[in-house]
Design a protein around this ligand. Structure first.
Ligand code: GRF
Length: 193
């Protein structure tokens, strides 16, 4: 099974996923794609010896080059790991229930366009929430609205700053995302056999 990872930022989730499958004989992270030439994920990919493909808005939204490339590479699952753009409709259609994303909050709360990265944790702290967490979900054409696959929560106390929340949430991401990706891949295998 071949995975393509999309990331726009540091790529810590991408690295955890690549590490998880490093010794696997039947799952391979074939490609890391990014829309940000300065993304930290590029350096991580180099160290992990995973090919990187950079693209801009025009390529991503006005051509179907990325969709064609992923189909030609025989990608079985697309994993968004801190990818900040909406997936184009043609790409979502080409990979039905084969694109997953992780959101650093307990959807449906604190989701949707603009609710990403550190801003989510600021909003959770400001709202006085007593818990936050992660949501792993299938991707469709709307931000953060695909079917939920997995959620895990962590407590939020009055004294927690957004940075504290970010740290606790990111720990959950690193613990759960690789395993959930493996579980999704296993369902793909059974569906096809
Ligand atoms: C994570 O908080 C993830 O939930 C969100 O973007 C961040 C990516 O972090 N989608 P990293 O680039 O994987 O370190």
């Amino acid at each position: 099974k071949h995975i393509a990872l999309f990331a726009s930022g540091s790529g810590s989730n991408a690295e955890k996923i690549a590490d998880y499958f490093a010794d696997s004989t039947d799952v391979k992270v074939s490609l890391i794609l990014s829309n940000n030439p300065k993304a930290g994920v590029i350096d991580r990919a180099r160290r992990l010896h995973i090919p990187v493909l950079l693209f801009d808005r025009t390529t991503f939204y006005s051509t179907n080059q990325i969709t064609e490339l992923l189909l030609n590479q025989g990608i079985d699952l697309i994993v968004l790991a801190g990818f900040m753009w909406l997936m184009p409709a043609d790409l979502v259609r080409a990979f039905p229930n084969k694109i997953v994303n992780i959101h650093p909050a307990l959807l449906p709360k604190f989701g949707g366009k603009g609710m990403y990265g550190h801003f989510v944790h600021e909003a959770v702290a400001a709202a006085g929430e007593t818990e936050s967490g992660i949501t792993i979900h299938y991707v469709n054409e709307h931000y953060d609205e695909g079917q939920i696959i997995f959620q895990a929560s962590c407590p939020v106390t009055q004294s927690d700053t957004p940075d504290d929340i970010a740290r606790h949430v990111q720990a959950l991401e690193h613990i759960h995302y690789p395993r959930v990706v493996a579980e999704v891949l296993a369902t793909l295998t059974t569906q096809e056999s």
